[in-house]
Structure formats: C-alpha cells, structure tokens
Design a protein around this ligand. Sequence first.
Ligand code: NAD
Ligand code: MG
Length: 383
Amino acid sequence: MKKIVILGASGSIGVQTLDVIAQHSDKLVCLGISVGQNIDWLKKHLIHHSYKLVVVKNQKDRDELSQLFPLQEFDYGDNGLLKLAILDEADTVVNALVGFAGLVPTLKAIEKGKDIALANKETLVVAGKLVMDTVKQYKVNLRPIDSEHSAILQALQGNSLDEVSRIIVTASGGSFRDKTREELKNVSVKDALRHPNWSMGQKITIDSATLVNKAFEVIEAHWLFNLPYEKIEVVIHKESIIHSMVEYFDGSIMAQLGSPDMRVPIQYALCGPSRLPLSGQRLNFNILSQLNFKPLDESFYPCFPMIIKAAQKGGNQMVIVNAANEAAVQLFLNEKIRFLQIEEIIKECLESIPYKEIMSIEEMVQLDHAIKQSVLNRYKETV
Ligand code: NAD
Ligand code: MG
C-alpha cells in the first residue's frame, strides 16, 4: 500500500490525484491533505473523508473547522504544511501547490526520505540543482506530474539516456495562439483563462498563454533528465495529443500519446511503470484526422527565450523570473495590469536585480519575498 499525502488537495491536480487514489483503493491511500483557502470545498470533502492530518492556510479557518469536525486533527500555516510534508506514516508526497510556496515542503519531505510526485514545477525551476542533489543524497524517487515530463519518462523506458539525441517538448501555444501581438494588447482575464485543451488552475493557464509555462517545462526537463539545454526542443502542437517525444541516436522517436487528461501522468507518477486501469476518454484515430506542428515563434512569445537565457545563466536568475512572474500573474488576474505587462515586469526585474552566484535556501526565500512585495506594491494603486 502506498501511503500518500497531498499538498494542495483542492486544486486541479489535487482533486484529480484524489480521484486516481479512489480508483485504486487497494494500492493507494491518502493519509493527509492540505488546502489553502478553499474552505467550502474542504467542508464538503470532510463529510465523507477523514485523515491523520488536515492543514489549511489560516488559523481562523483551522479554529472553525476544529469545531465543525472535532474528531479530525487540523493544523495551519507554513508550519502545518511542513508537518504534513514529513508526516511519519507517509511514504509519498504529492506536491500540487502553486508557486514558490512548494519549494521548502519538497526539500523537507526529501530530507525525511519521502518519495515525491511533483506537480509544483516552480520547485525545480527555482532550485533544480539543489532539489536534484538532495534527491540523490537521500536516495528517494522524484517523479514528475506534468504531461510532458511524464511522456518523456515513459518514452525513456527500456532505453538509455546516453543514447538520446534530443527531446521534443510539445506546446499547445496557450489561449492566444491564434492572435497577433497587436491583439494581445487588450486581451481580458476571461479570455486568457480559456485554455483550448486543458482545464487547469488559473496561474498555470496564464503561464501557458505567455509560454512561461513551456520555458519552465524545458528547465524542469533539464534538471529531471540531466540533459543540456541544447538537447531540448519545443514544437507547437495544437491538439495536445502527443505529450512529448524522445529521439535516439538511430533517428527513432518514441512518443507518448493520449487524450489530454492529467490523471494519466498522476497515476504514472504514483504507480508507474506499472500500467493500471484508469477510466477516461480514449483516442479514436478514425475521428482524429490530423496532428499539427509548427515552430515556436519567439517574437510572439518573448518570455520563452528570455527565461531560457536566464536559466542558462543560473545563480539567482530563476528565483527572480519566478517571483516576478508570480506577482505579475496575480496582478493580471486582479486586473491591475494588462497581459503584455507580465513580460515587461519579468524583464524589468531581471535587468534591475544584480546577478548573484550561489544562493542558500534562506536567500532564495528572502529574494522571492522581496521581489513579490516590490512588484505588488508598485502596481497596488493601478486600476
Ligand atoms: P490550483 O490553483 O488549481 O491548486 C493549487 C492548490 O494549492 C489549491 O489546493 C490551493 O488551495 C493550494 N495552495 C495554493 N497556495 C497555497 C499556499 N500558499 N499554502 C497552502 N496551500 C496553497 O493549481 P493547479 O493547476 O492544480 O497546479 C498546481 C501545480 O501543478 C502548479 O505548480 C502547476 O504549474 C502544476 N501543474 C498543473 C497542471 C494542471 O493540469 N492543473 C499540469 C501540470 C502542472
Ligand atoms: Mg505541462
């Protein structure tokens, strides 16, 4: 029996993880969950489920929930989250938090010998080297919950990484792929949140529209599979049917295909390489008449080359990019800035904050906080 805790259980990945666990109750059990501020969801959920530990963000919510469910143990805040990440009885942590907030719980869980099923891509984006070194040091497994990295992992089965000539990460192009740069000036939040193929949390949906998400996925692939950036390519594939590909020295390409459904990579991260049954839509090649591909247009998606360049520079650069992006996306979602200002804010932060080589985790946390505060304060009064 795999004993799991889920950080961020009420979100898009969290809820789908609970579904996968429910479909395999003979192999998987969930011992604890955390939720941010989605307390209505939690109240309904706890009518039918109980856990060793349930963590929420705010003390006030913890107090109210403790009254409503007196037999359930609750905790709150960052300390509560860490307590859940290192829960004694658990062997696997599913990290489905959004943003930098996922980093420290991931590291603490690894240090306690937990396996990690990682959806929280910001963890690898800001601290890929530190995280992968810690994974090696504590001899745990870290498996990706992302359709692209899961596809790569699956396409690598039975083959050697040493014989890979390149990996090809597919990208849907996001909500605005059919627009012009001129049209992007006035797009609304509602339009940005309408992703053509996937239903996901708000932040990643905006990151898909700016292609920040794809740059992050290239960085994740670099750390997960220990491949140089030169061997990682991106192609626009609007159907999101091929989830990514691996090309070997002999020219053979292994791809993983399927209907867009995050429960497939979630299940593979928890149970792979075994192939367990999973309900869901199957591909019908009689209806699917064509698959389309086109090159990534870097002038349409300037965040992509900017972020890859920053990642190659290393040091504090990805902490800067990530913090600037998180703050900018929040401002955009709150209608304080326009869509194209997201890329401007990332660029400004990269240009104005000095490069620094080695960073401790404490320095990363500080820098992340300082950048977010400064960006959010700057646009606080904007309407
Ligand atoms: P979401 O917004 O739907 O859910 C996030 C969850 O984290 C919620 O349960 C929320 O309550 C909780 N949370 C957020 N901030 C918190 C905090 N500070 N403390 C405690 N809890 C907090 O997000 P999502 O779409 O499920 O994405 C989660 C992660 O997975 C992201 O890093 C995203 O990039 C990645 N991812 C998502 C998808 C997808 O299909 N949704 C696909 C690939 C990767
Ligand atoms: Mg993805």
